[in-house]
Design a protein around this ligand. Sequence first.
Ligand code: BMA
Length: 325
Amino acid sequence: MTDPLDGRELFRRYPGNPVLTARDWPHMVNAVFNPAAVAVQGETWLFVRVEDRTGLSHLTLARSRDGYSNWTVERDRSLMPDTGSWVERWGVEDPRITVIDGRYHICYTGYSSSGPLVCLARTDDFRTFERLGVVQVPENKDAALFPRRIGDRWAMLHRPVSTVGHLQAHIWISWSDDLRYWGDPTPLIEARSGGWWDANKVGLGPPPLETSEGWLVLYHGVRLTASGSLYRLGLALLELEQPTHVIARGDEWVFGPCAPYEVAGDVPDVVFPCGWLLGDDGDTLRMYYGAADSTVAVATASLSDLLDHLAGHGGAQTGRARSRR
Ligand code: BMA
């Protein structure tokens, strides 16, 4: 498929997109999208949100040697919702994986009968899962752990929703001694207002990526238009040892729906990444994203280009989380 903007955007779409569709699944499902990503022994493992034809979602592993083709879908490596429980009654969605002490820690949305909340589970093999339970109460989603303690505590980014006045959905940071109990919640990346591309609602994409300049954050901003919500992506940089400080926040979006598989699907005009992987060269980033809530696609970018871009376009700070520069 052609991409009219390729060559000018920071992220370049893989020409073979989408890399995974419902047709690749061994059984009948409606859609596969919003995958977490981890590199395991040279392979790319995606933990994919699978929406079956009940409308509810579960998570299933798909593996590829090159991260682009020849995917093996492992149906027996799935996190199925505990639909008998209140917490996951309507499914599990949108995982983000952080490797801590060699174990895969998965923050995912539990679709509870009181709304979306954040659950944490960990696994060594994606066959059995240790559920640590609910770590953020509703409404809360788009959560991921930092991969190491900062100071002496664990940190998590997440996105609570407030309906005071009108919808307000900002990215917050919370802290924990043991990964189980979370406190000290602080607003971090505030949705802007008015005509901005990321007005009123933002949410974390993949887990924060540690770079020499700071923690790189990719987030989605949602613009409400006459024809629905438009999901685009922007960048921010957090101070390494004090991530409550936003060093920079991009003023422009860096990726938005454009290709046919992004603008048409179950939910048109959505790009929604939950995982990214840094290549062995230390610079090539592969971003895995759900396209239009229907398929999985991948785009690549140069990490140094992203950091350069932020340095040049990071002027517009709003709200509580301001740059110290
Ligand atoms: C968000 C999440 C995502 C979804 C997106 C667009 O609120 O529910 O799972 O991809 O909306 O529909």
